[in-house]
Write a protein that binds this ligand. Structure first.
Ligand code: ATP
Ligand code: MG
Length: 264
């Protein structure tokens, strides 16, 4: 299996009144088909910008983004997205929120088929029985589960998760990490997961890419060759503790801080 996502030498600056504002600088990332790439880096370094370039919502000044052997030159319908704030539509039921991407990507699909697909996913994440509720009737964790279903409903090649678990409490977050592993077994997908949580990156990632401070470049790549679904206990194993320590040090470097400056 080859790389489904290729970010090759991507450099990008936002055009602002004060002049170009460099955000990405010669960024290189390869994500093999079916694998999860966790991306970590200091706040404001360009992670969300990267997701917009992968989804074809923006195009880089230099370099190339490739999906499935095709250069990204327009918005990609085959990308599913989920964000920190699930942005579900309050006037639609949970089921109808999940169906939404199908209405755009597969308008000709019979309604019953769309509903069946959405119900199947909602059941997988433990939301059976909540299909007819409104988003405000669900907890934050449940809304985020529904948002994951919406990202997956049209069987996208790629899902982009931009801090999807960031607003949840620690235990709910861990539950959702496990749900993510279970979903991967049933719905193999290639994913880019942006996160500020190093434990999350190690638990969910097949590789962890550390971005430098802005303008972001690929500072460090860590491979995590462990089969899934992974037990949560893996995070307490010495290898994981070692990985977390390496990543923490890399983040310090990305923030422009050294070990001695820490806590100063
Ligand atoms: N449309 C825009 N025009 C100009 N500057 C922008 C625009 N969008 C983002 N930026 C700037 O680009 C930089 C990178 O933004 P981006 O949202 O990609 O960072 P991020 O790594 O996702 O940050 P965070 O971790 O806080 O979510 C920031 O300094 C931001 O202020
Ligand atoms: Mg962001």
């Amino acid at each position: 299996m080859g790389n489904l996502i290729e970010i090759k030498g991507v450099t990008h600056a936002y055009k602002t009144k004060a002049g170009p504002f460099p955000v990405l600088d010669n960024l290189n990332i390869s994500v093999p088909e079916g694998s999860f790439c966790a991306v970590v880096g200091p706040s404001g370094c360009g992670k969300s910008t990267l997701t917009r370039l992968i989804a074809g919502l923006m195009f880089p000044d230099q370099g190339e983004v490739w999906l499935h052997g095709e250069r990204v030159r327009s918005p990609r319908k085959t990308v599913g997205m989920a964000f920190q704030n699930p942005v579900l539509l309050e006037w639609r039921s949970i089921l109808k929120n999940v169906i939404l991407p199908l209405e755009i990507v597969a308008p000709a699909m019979p309604r019953a088929g769309k509903e069946e697909r959405a119900r199947e996913l909602l059941a997988m994440v433990g939301l059976e029985g909540f299909e007819d509720k409104r988003p405000s009737e669900l907890s934050g964790g449940m809304r985020q589960r529904a948002s994951l279903c919406r990202a997956l409903v049209h069987k996208p090649d790629v899902i982009i998760l931009d801090e999807p678990f960031g607003a949840l409490d620690a235990f709910t977050r861990e539950d959702l990490w496990q749900t993510m592993h279970e979903l991967r077994v049933k719905e193999p997908v290639t994913a880019v997961l942006i996160t500020h949580d190093l434990r999350e990156s190690v638990y969910l990632g097949d590789q962890v890419v550390v971005l430098s401070g802005r303008p972001a470049t690929t500072q460090h790549v860590m491979q995590i060759d462990l089969p899934g679904p992974r037990p949560l206990e893996m995070l307490y194993a010495p290898e994981s503790v070692e990985r977390l320590s390496v990543l923490r040090q890399q983040i310090r470097i990305a923030q422009g801080r050294t070990e001695t400056e820490r806590g100063a």
